[in-house]
Ligand binder design. Sequence first.
Ligand code: SF4
Length: 254
Amino acid sequence: MKYISRKSLLYKTGVEYGDYTLNHIQGCSHGCKYPCYAMMMAKRFGKVKTYDEWCRPKLVENALELLDKEIPKLKEKIESVHLCFTTDPFMYGYEEISDMSIKIIEKLNLAGIRCNVLTKGILPFELSQLSKENEYGITIVSLDEEFRAEMEPNTAPFRDRIRALRRLSEAGCKTWVSMEPYPTPNFIQQDLYQILDEISFCDKIIFGRLNYNKKVSEYKNYKDFYNNMANEVINYCIDNGKEYHIKDGTITLK
Ligand code: SF4
């Protein structure tokens, strides 16, 4: 594992998951090929040159020290912190990253700040010992392991992710699933309801289309497809008393 040091960590964001965020790792071994927006930005701003370099994560070694300085200054302003926007806090097979992420969440919780976590890795059960105000999420866009190997090659197997999330849910934690970026049928033919059945225990579902991939627009009826899928998710959530959010641009008017 390589290390880098940073000058600051917490920053404000305008998106729906949390008003503040932090990214204590540069790069992500998961190597998603949807493509990964974070990698595209890292390349554009010269932080990494190649896909292979992106897949070799670097941990911010002074992350906890930075939080000790930043939390007292910001804690009155922060409602919640999202981990992470440009990397994955529970990168599959990277115990050091997972340990650091737990310490970060602990530190934020101690200051009365709740966290919102999203991963394509395995959420450790230890998280159930932290604040019950936290929300734990996984990304699930399919149950097909061949599709996973092609599109997100180094992530945790879909059902292992779901199992870890279910354990947290059973331990009384708030859980959610991000079904984004959901693939069109020319990537994979699949039954949305089979996925919804597997994640039926979670409290909230976020659904969103796949962007930045021209194969989507090659699917002739992709707008209808996303309109229909989004409506199915909304109906499922209403019928089952779940919160939901449909990402901007997923539903389009004709
Ligand atoms: S898990 Fe997220 S940050 Fe990591 S490669 Fe995939 S899309 Fe990018």
